[in-house]
Design a protein around this ligand. Structure first.
Ligand SMILES: NC(=O)c1ccc[n+]([C@@H]2O[C@H](COP(=O)([O-])OP(=O)(O)OC[C@H]3O[C@@H](n4cnc5c(N)ncnc54)[C@H](OP(=O)(O)O)[C@@H]3O)[C@@H](O)[C@H]2O)c1
Length: 486
């Protein structure tokens, strides 16, 4: 017969603190007296759904358990026994926390079901209820009440200390040769910051503008480029309650500095990664995908039938725009500089591809669709006259970037002839709050999972070869996203 054990307790600590310990599937040997030693198999992160903890009890028994579910919004985790020397069969347990507002305490509900051999039901029921759950409540209370060095298991190893790493430093504005990999020190995370061990860093054309010295106010020298990366949280500063060491995360941050192995980042710019998105895909996609999201949804208001002109249609942002816009049933017209890129753009849903290495595309746009309703223009200087000619009446010309050179000052009267509108957006204004960032990132992950966005095509470079990645991007030879791996 199926046994059911239900126990609950109130713990005299805030829910974020209790959850910080319990969501780490490998923390139990630090706070539960019955556990002798525990490890996560195959070196997986200890909060990743599917990971297996293998542990021994002080009485010599051995158990393997798998994490089946983890919800940071519901403060809930579910796990099961895979193998055990104790005769518990089909054991599935759930831990759920609720805040107790009176005194900022935590209600902890722990329940399980399992089968026991005939005649041993009572014994095993009591062992789970008292030996594991009630003892666990008491042990965690004791653990949390201990001095801070004992009470912060996940932050103990090297946390709140200065750490060393590598970064790619720019000492002088100029070409890719100015990028140099050097050792560096990272201070402890400040209030509101998380420290991230970075696995993959996204390279964006914006990094090139900064390297050339087009925005010295944003990158004083010596400086470090890079607006986005993905990795694992290894420490958190004061006041951070929503991220924990072991979390796999990505960020895009309006202050450059991502070309590093280790970085402290304000938590407001960070999102947790879904289980099926690895760090390289996240670094390839987050900034560019969020950019495609705001361009299509908010600024371009792309609908079925919208005639959308996308430049560099096989590039990082361009290929995502083509794929997503074609799913929205827009008519996508793209420009590229080679036949090889044209094939890539077509495979991403671009209906009409114009091969125009010399930036002469207006006539072909008019011939294909009678003019554009929305232009996403990352070209800058070289495309001005042709964009004006490719636009239909009431077209919205979005000046996204300046890959061919700085956009010259635009006389507003040039827009009058066709009642054009013009905008000059920056992605960071479209992820100005953590909520907005989370919503846009979620849409990107969902689009990826649903196949609306293709798995990112990634060109990988070592972090120390950042200069090579820049040369490749500037040469107009790259397609898809470039990522630096640490
Ligand atoms: N404002 C924002 O919020 C925002 C956010 C993200 C990106 N952006 C902008 O969006 C554009 C695309 O960015 P990305 O990082 O995805 O880069 P990308 O498109 O992968 O690479 C840039 C592409 O621009 C084209 N290009 C045309 N003339 C060029 C020239 N003289 N030198 C180099 N490239 C030239 C090339 O494609 P072809 O060879 O096919 O012409 C090249 O592959 C950039 O302008 C970037 O600044 C803006």
């Amino acid at each position: 017969m199926l046994q059911k054990v239900v126990r609950s307790a109130v713990i005299d600590a805030p829910i974020a603190r209790v959850w910080q310990v319990l969501r780490d599937f490998n923390s139990h040997d630090q706070w539960h007296d019955v556990v002798e030693a525990s490890r996560i198999e195959h070196g997986e992160p200890s909060s990743r759904v599917g990971c297996v903890r293998s542990f021994t009890l002080k009485d010599g028994n051995r158990i393997r358990e798998q994490l089946l579910g983890l919800s940071d919004t519901e403060y809930k985790s579910t796990y099961c026994i895979l193998e055990a020397t104790v005769p518990l069969k089909r054991y599935v347990a759930t831990v759920t926390l609720k805040p107790v507002t009176d005194g900022d305490r935590t209600f902890w509900h722990w329940e399980s079901t399992f089968e026991a051999p005939p005649g041993r039901e009572r014994e095993l029921h009591d062992m789970v209820a008292q030996g594991v759950y009630e003892a666990g409540f008491a042990n965690l209370r004791k653990y949390l009440a201990a001095p801070a060095t004992h009470a912060t298991p996940v932050a103990r190893a090297g946390a709140h200390a200065t750490a060393t790493g590598r970064e790619v430093r720019l000492a002088r504005y100029g070409g890719p040769e100015e990028l140099e990999a050097v050792d560096m020190q990272v201070p402890p995370p400040g209030p509101g910051e998380v420290r991230i061990a970075q696995r993959a860093v996204g390279v964006n054309f914006f990094d090139i503008y900064l390297r050339r010295g087009w925005m010295p106010g944003l990158l004083p020298l010596p400086g470090v480029l890079g607006m986005e990366a993905a990795g694992t949280v290894v420490d958190v500063g004061a006041g951070v309650g929503n991220f924990f060491p072991g979390d796999r995360v990505a960020y895009l941050c309006p202050q450059p500095g991502a070309y590093r192995t280790l970085r402290n980042v304000p938590a407001q710019h960070v999102v947790r990664l879904p289980q099926d998105v690895d760090e390289e895909a996240a670094a390839a996609l987050l900034l560019k995908g969020v950019t495609a999201d705001y361009l299509l949804r908010d600024l371009g208001r792309v609908r079925p039938g919208t005639r959308l002109l996308v430049h560099a249609a096989a590039g990082g942002v361009g290929s995502l725009l083509c794929a997503w816009a074609s799913r929205l049933q827009a008519t996508v017209v793209g420009t590229v500089s080679s036949e090889a890129k044209a094939r890539i753009a077509r495979s991403h849903g671009c209906a009409h591809v114009i091969v125009a290495p010399d930036y002469r595309f207006a006539q072909a746009v008019q011939a294909h669709c009678g003019g554009a309703d929305v232009i996403v223009d990352g070209l800058g200087a070289a495309g001005v006259e042709e964009n004006l000619a490719a636009a239909d009446r009431r077209c919205h010309w979005i000046s996204l970037g300046q890959a061919s050179g700085p956009l010259p000052p635009l006389d507003a009267d040039r827009l009058v002839a066709k009642s054009l509108t013009f905008s000059r957006p920056v992605v960071f204004d479209y992820v100005a709050t953590p909520r907005e960032l989370q919503e846009r990132a979620d849409r990107v992950w969902r689009a990826l999972a649903a196949g609306v966005l293709p798995p990112p095509e990634i060109e990988r470079f070592a972090l120390s070869a950042a200069g090579q990645a820049h040369r490749r991007l500037e040469s107009r030879a790259s397609t898809g996203s470039l990522v630096l791996v640490t």
